[in-house]
Design a protein around this ligand. Structure first.
Ligand code: URA
Length: 296
């Protein structure tokens, strides 16, 4: 029982304090006792599938000591001090920003290295791999998703899980394959439990995907799903209204460089809502036509 409590505490403390648990199916109403296996199964069902630490962390006392009177006094003395290295919080380390790093990259391998060395995104701390891209960097079309999921994190490649299989089928349906398109994501690290990336995480990493698009220099980009569309188009409009309409994505802050983009539905969404595949099919036909016009 002690072990079970410790196990529960380990996960709950790791996730609750970070506001990342959505309490889906509940153990609360089940008859006790539960085996460790039941508990782990329950966590897997609600999307908690990664162990972040080997020991539980009491984040409540950490919050208290950070916000207590002596912490406040210290803060007013040294407002710009970064959190100590031993901080139990998952805070990004200070260092060059994504914009600074991205601006220095003259080719894709430099960009890959720059992203790999970046310590400013909290997602990197829980990801297994940096997921950069797949496909042909010479392609005329670049597909941009949201962030790696579990399979992508394990393999280090974008869109290799169930959603990726559907994306491959959609690409094949317009006469292409991974050798004739290029694929990446707006985020290079998997959010724990596949949660939606926060706006802060997406904005922190945005310079990387913008530079990525500049270096690949495709004719058009396809924005897969609401998160990709929202952040690259800098809009709050939902994907259902954006999809199927060509738009311009700014690749620099002053908007001097833009690229034509087609927002469409994310394959993971289509797996949950297969009735909407017909909308995505319209968008892909639209894409096929635009690509053949550009080629002629
Ligand atoms: N979903 C995404 O948005 N990207 C991936 O790479 C995989 C799933």
């Amino acid at each position: 029982m002690r072990e079970k409590t410790r196990l529960l505490g380990l996960f709950m403390v790791s996730y609750r304090a970070r506001g990342q648990v959505s309490f889906g199916p509940s153990l609360k109403n089940c008859d006790m006792p539960h085996s460790n296996f039941d508990i782990l199964k329950w966590y897997a069902e609600i999307g908690v599938d990664a162990v972040l630490n080997t020991d539980p962390i009491d984040r409540y006392s950490a919050v208290a000591s950070k916000t207590g009177p002596s912490a406040q006094a210290q803060k007013s003395k040294a407002p710009d001090q970064p959190a100590p290295a031993s901080s139990p919080f998952l805070v990004p380390e200070t260092g060059p920003s994504a914009a600074e790093l991205a601006a220095q990259c003259q080719n894709l391998s430099e960009l890959r290295e720059a992203i790999d060395s970046f310590e400013g995104c909290v997602l990197k701390q829980t990801a297994k791999n940096t997921v950069f891209a797949d496909g042909n960097p010479e392609a005329d079309v670049m597909f941009i998703g949201e962030a790696p999921g579990r399979d992508e994190d394990i393999q280090g490649l974008p869109f290799v899980g169930q959603a990726g299989k559907l994306l491959d089928q959609m690409i094949n349906a317009i006469g292409r394959d991974r050798e004739s398109v290029y694929i990446s994501n707006i985020l290079n690290w998997r959010p724990p439990g596949n949660r939606t990336p926060t706006p802060q995480e997406a904005l922190t990493c945005l310079p990387f995907i913008r530079r990525h698009i500049q270096l690949v220099d495709p004719q058009v980009i396809v924005l897969l799903g609401g998160t990709s569309a929202k952040h690259l188009l800098a809009t709050k409009t939902g994907i259902m209204r954006l999809r199927g309409r060509w738009a311009n994505v700014k690749l620099d802050d002053d908007g001097n460089q833009t690229i034509t983009a087609l927002p469409t539905l994310h394959p993971a969404y289509l797996l949950r809502q297969p009735a909407h595949k017909r909308l995505a099919w319209q968008d892909f036909l639209n894409l096929k036509q635009r690509l053949s016009e550009l080629a002629s």
